[in-house]
Design a binder for this molecule. Structure first.
Ligand code: ATP
Length: 337
């Protein structure tokens, strides 16, 4: 592996984070281990409540202070374990080495400051450049994210822009300091379908140009098919399957992933293919303490699934599965557990 590739990749090792409720700690995510190389997009997928946002917030050290807590694990980026950094050190890295794009673009922009001021401020805070230089780069960044009238837009306030334009501005701000890692949490969900496609194209262009590691959270497997190099499938706080995008779509193993794939709308399919998976992810306090967390909803459940804890096991070719249906998985290469 190239030295630069090793330095700039993100590597999570056995990450765990959760919340204190009624005086008791509940892990919202646990045993999370994977890595993203520079220039690659890893998509994290799963239904609502699977722990995707908690994962992103844990990496950023942005869990709610009143009840959220990262309790275990390592987060390696650029030769540093972010989990060991003090808050003040992490604040300095945020925006510079790691940037995040959220679902709702309006909340990430300050309504009383111009677009230009906000992009320039991000650069002036982290890079040693002059105000004029920051201004020039802000115009250039807006052009890079597909805003043609960048010179005039830079003087405008966020409320004048459409949702798609605001998300482009947020992305321009996020890449302003060329971060090593860009985390995007459902970046297209709040946008119209046609704008969603444009924003995904933009992520692909950024990936090609800047070769940063991109962690993209989505519940939409259509988005995954469009953009992912690797996929991490989460259920009730754990990774249940992970692998290269081709393997995930063409050789899915976990019953949960197989069901999710059946939900992708296909025009020539019958109505029932569109229906959601029966039941829902158990709430944090109701997760089973023993056995597979998906057992209650699994169409091929076995008796032992209620008793034994499945481990994330190597299924070959960078493909890992957490399911007792696959007893032949190589136990020597268990990732965790
Ligand atoms: N601030 C919080 N306090 C207590 N529990 C929380 C908090 N935030 C999230 N949780 C719980 O953690 C679990 C994972 O939530 P998370 O928001 O990460 O899911 P998600 O996969 O991102 O869902 P969505 O797609 O709806 O955003 C859920 O059970 C959720 O109720």
């Amino acid at each position: 592996m190239l030295a630069q590739e090793r330095e700039n990749r993100l590597e999570l090792i056995d990450l765990q984070a959760g919340f204190i409720k009624n005086g008791q700690y509940y892990a919202a995510i646990d045993q999370i281990s994977f890595q993203i190389k520079p220039g690659q997009v890893t998509c994290v997928v799963g239904e609502s409540g699977s722990g995707k946002s908690v994962l992103a917030l844990s990496i950023m050290n942005l869990l709610p202070q009143e009840n959220g807590k990262r309790t275990k694990g390592e987060i390696w980026l650029n030769g540093q374990n972010l989990a060991e950094l003090k808050d003040i050190e992490m604040n300095a890295l945020r925006g510079k080495e790691i940037a995040m794009v959220f679902q709702e673009p309006m909340t990430a922009l300050n309504p009383i400051l111009t677009i230009g001021f906000q992009i320039e401020e991000a650069m002036l805070n982290h890079l040693s450049i002059s105000k004029q230089e920051a201004h020039k780069r802000a115009v250039d960044l807006l052009k890079q994210v597909g805003i043609t009238r960048a010179e005039s837009m830079i003087h405008e306030y966020p409320h004048k822009l459409s949702g798609g334009m605001r998300q482009r501005v947020i992305i321009a701000m996020a890449i302003a300091c060329e971060p090593k890692l860009l985390i995007a949490d459902e970046p297209t969900t709040a946008l119209d379908v046609s704008v969603q496609a444009q924003i995904l194209e933009l992520f692909k262009a950024i990936q090609r140009k800047h070769a940063m590691a991109i962690l993209l959270i989505t519940h939409d497997l259509g988005v995954v098919a469009e953009i992912a190099d690797n996929v991490v499938v989460m259920y009730a706080g754990q990774i249940v399957e992970q692998g290269d995008v081709d393997v995930i779509f063409h050789d899915p193993k976990h019953p949960y992933l197989k069901l999710l794939l059946q939900l992708i709308p296909q025009l020539d399919q019958e109505r029932e293919r569109f229906e959601a998976i029966q039941g829902s992810i158990p709430a944090l306090m109701n997760r089973p303490l023993q056995g597979c967390r998906f057992a209650e909803r699994c169409p091929v459940v076995m008796e032992k699934c209620y008793i034994e804890n499945p481990l994330l096991a190597d299924s070959g070719a960078n493909h890992y599965v957490r399911c007792l249906q696959y007893p032949d998985s190589d136990p020597a290469n268990l990732r965790n557990g």
